[in-house]
Write a protein that binds this ligand. Structure first.
Ligand code: PEP
Ligand code: CO
Length: 449
């Protein structure tokens, strides 16, 4: 009988191309080719040593010595690119991290969904309005949100634009973070927060402000934040042509995706034998894996083995996004099974993506209460199994938008449209972001008490 010799499959930055792929825009091939050639010649966006710095920091998370805050837009847009908005995005993340470190008593690793979060997976490939059916909006790196054929066509030149927007955003972030924490945050506008029903927390903010002030008087220089040491970026590694072009090797022949410090595998692209998992399996970056109600344990098990064959600490972050109605059952089951595998993984909660629904008028929203409650379950369940929670993951903006329903902020299903500005999923606004940070302190305080 003829013996079947298995083909040895060696990873390379382009080996994903031989495999089936989900959520990949059908780009015009010749134009894509030209663009990709250009992208290959571009310099890395993130220096390799910074990716290694994040890896080291994540090892501390594995030892329960630090906590991660991932936050930012669902989808960045080219039109949002301006100094003041980037500055405010940074401020809200730093404010939340200060609140969290005050309550959790650990350093907070700040990772922004910024400088690269330009591509979106979609549950439906097309969108129909009336009798017109067009490709769905897949993020500014792919097409434009406006509903007409020209805007919705997939345009590879947008990848180049995404690169330059990321580079310039990184540049702004680097200059903004080279300051003392006091200067980064500026003045807390407490009057704005008073509108929301969290005014008792104002005293906590005042305490934090006093502590910060004391810190900066004692030792100003050392309290400066340096980009790579304290602040990192992340996005979903969705557009593999783009990610591949920015994947560079160092002298040890190790490969790094220099498009961002951390990249994650989206919920819709988590098939162990498909292209996205293949691509991610060869890079050194830390990797997030979105885990939701439809993620099978067998798939997840295979994915983790493939992405972390050496079972390194801090390499894999499971980003749990079950939704408030499923987390209790699903997370308990998953934890029990994972314990038996000995996989070294970090556990993070994304209480946003499992809680999305549409209002009667067709606006995607999330209930702030559901977000809070999913977090409660997450911390409670991990505590039962003695697993340290690694962090939290939010979609938010410093703007006073009305995208997530929240009685205490006077946002109801009937008025979400009033200031609804997101390019994709509904985000927490400024007040809700501060509120959620205080809530985490309360939840973790209670679960430790
Ligand atoms: C996201 O993080 O914006 C996203 C699309 O998440 P998920 O893959 O979990 O649905
Ligand atoms: Co989203």
């Amino acid at each position: 009988m003829k013996k079947i010799v298995p083909i040895t499959k060696k990873w390379s930055p382009g080996s994903w191309m031989n495999l089936p792929i989900k959520q990949s825009p059908s780009w015009p091939p010749q134009e894509l080719d030209k663009v990709v050639k250009k992208l290959f010649s571009f310099p890395p966006l993130i220096p390799i040593n910074e990716i290694e710095i994040l890896k080291k920091q994540l090892k501390k998370v594995a030892k329960n010595k630090s906590f991660i805050l991932v936050a930012g837009d669902c989808a960045e847009t080219f039109s949002d690119f301006n100094q003041s908005l980037i500055e405010r995005k940074l401020q809200i993340i730093f404010k939340m991290s200060l609140i969290l470190s005050y309550g959790i008593n650990k350093p907070i690793i700040k990772i922004a969904r910024l400088a690269g979060q330009f591509a979106k997976p979609r549950s439906s490939l097309t969108e129909t309005i009336g009798k017109v059916c067009l490709p769905s909006y897949m993020g500014d790196a792919v097409n434009d949100k406006e509903f007409n054929l020209k805007s919705r066509s997939f345009d590879p030149k947008r990848l180049i634009k995404a690169y330059y927007h990321s580079a310039t955003t990184l540049n702004v972030l680097r200059s903004l973070t080279d300051k003392s924490i006091h200067d980064i945050i500026g003045k807390w506008d407490n009057k704005k927060i008073l509108g929301k029903n969290i005014s008792p927390l104002i005293t906590d903010i005042a305490r934090i402000e006093r502590a910060m002030h004391a810190m900066s008087t004692i030792n100003d220089y050392n309290n400066r934040y340096r980009f790579s040491k304290d602040f990192f970026t992340a996005h979903e590694a969705l557009l593999l042509d783009y990610e591949q072009a920015l994947t560079k090797s160092n002298f040890d022949d190790k490969w790094y995706d220099t498009s961002s410090h951390l990249v994650w595998l989206g919920y819709r692209t988590g098939q162990p034998d498909h292209a996205h998992v293949e691509f991610l399996s060869g890079i050194e970056n830390p990797i997030g894996i979105k885990v939701g109600p439809e993620t099978s344990f067998n798939d997840l098990n295979q994915i983790i083995k493939k992405l972390n064959p050496k079972n390194e600490f801090g390499k894999i972050i499971l980003i749990i996004r079950y939704g408030v109605s499923s987390i209790d059952k699903c997370l308990r089951q998953l934890v029990k099974k994972m314990i038996k595998t000995n996989h070294r993984v970090l556990w993070m909660c994304d209480p946003m993506h499992g809680n999305t629904y549409k209002t009667n008028k067709g606006f995607k929203t999330r209930n702030f209460k559901d977000i809070k409650n999913e977090l409660k379950y997450f911390f409670k369940i991990l505590k039962v199994y003695n697993i340290p929670p690694a962090g939290v993951h939010f979609e938010l903006t410093p703007e006073n938008v009305t995208e997530c329903v929240d009685e205490s902020d006077n946002i109801h299903q009937s008025n979400v449209h009033e200031k609804y500005e997101t390019a994709c999923d509904p985000r927490l606004n400024n007040n809700q972001s501060l509120d959620i940070a205080f809530s985490i302190n309360k939840i973790t305080g209670e679960s430790n008490g």
